[in-house]
Design a protein around this ligand. Sequence first.
Ligand SMILES: Nc1nc2c(ncn2[C@@H]2O[C@H](COP(=O)(O)OP(=O)(O)OP(=O)(O)O)[C@@H](O)[C@H]2O)c(=O)[nH]1
Ligand SMILES: [Mg+2]
Length: 389
Amino acid sequence: MSLSARFLVEHDQGVGLVNPAMSVNIGIIGLATSGRTTLFNALVKGKVDTKSYTQEVSAPHIGIAKVPEPRLKTLSDILHPKRIVPAEVTYIDIDASVKGLVKDKSVGGQFLAQLSNVDTLINVVRAFTNESIPHPEGSLDIERDITTMNLELAFSDLAILERRLERINTSLKGAKQPERQVLLQEQETLMKIKTDLEKDVPIRELSLATAEARTIANFQFLTAKPLLIVVNIGEDQLPQAASLEAELNSRYSRPNCRVITLCGKLEMELAQLDNSAASGFRAEFGLTESGLERVIKQSYELLGLLSFFTTASDEVKAWSIQDGTSALKAAGKIHSDMERGFIRAEVISHDDLVKCGSLPEARKKGLLRLEGKNYIVQDGDVITFLFNV
Ligand SMILES: Nc1nc2c(ncn2[C@@H]2O[C@H](COP(=O)(O)OP(=O)(O)OP(=O)(O)O)[C@@H](O)[C@H]2O)c(=O)[nH]1
Ligand SMILES: [Mg+2]
């Protein structure tokens, strides 16, 4: 799958954020030394160097993480498949230089091209102290860094908006109906968004009508993407992590924006261990979930994603789809043939299947339902698609 092929898509039910046929992409941004690459390593079990930080723009780091999903385990305990296949998420650590980000008050072109293709953003904000690695602004200030990044994203969107508005003005000069009407409508939507952005209201906070959302979908505006702010704390701050997180959320969480605290360095080290050793250490620090679990959970909620499962070909497989997706579109996520030749879906909830203990028992009890193409897939559905091509 090519990243540049990503775009916002229209579902039957309106405009969705994530293309149902593709996997989820999450972009990691933040000021220099905030711990972006450390978090990236923690999430994808990567080994990218974080010792010598550089101010040069380098190629982004791209890695894949398997989505933690406990229901895959309960399903495989019942179904004993040959393979268990989790859903995947792609993380992109945009290792852009701080110069392009802060000093010039504009987002560099290369940085922008990478970012416009992601589904959601993580802004890493530094809260840890490290005398030998100075913060680029000379001091720690969570509020300042959150505001700085929000402004960067808004500047980028405003630049795109202004360019498009200029072009619309030029096109309007010679435009005849009905093209003129289309241009005027686009102009009205873009002007409205511009006014809000200038008042520091990001697009993700606006409630747009479906037609407006459709108008702006292909621009891939950065402030339209859901935002997870990861405040990167030091090990010494771990005892206060939960209270700090609650305080930060009360201050900064907004529609489609949340805050979590996480110790990137510790998570990176734990990600290199096997699961049981890592959870032992985690318990010592009073942590119940891995950084990956917490980040994915929050990102999925922000994106409105849910999981469904398939059990064909001796595989139990998890899939991520946008809440509100029809059975037909869910089938298309697996294979375009399944969507084209869709007949019906045989559906049971994960919990019902676990209660029954097996598929034949569930069938006997009448808990396997036959659903048509317009059925809206629910979180935890176990689905067999019947199709004919
Ligand atoms: N003490 C401490 N150090 C950390 C933590 N997270 C990151 N660091 C250190 O801070 C430095 C910068 O971390 P990186 O992950 O490279 O940060 P970055 O945002 O990718 O920085 P760039 O080099 O600008 O790309 C590294 O030396 C890390 O080991 C943390 O939670 N605690
Ligand atoms: Mg880095």
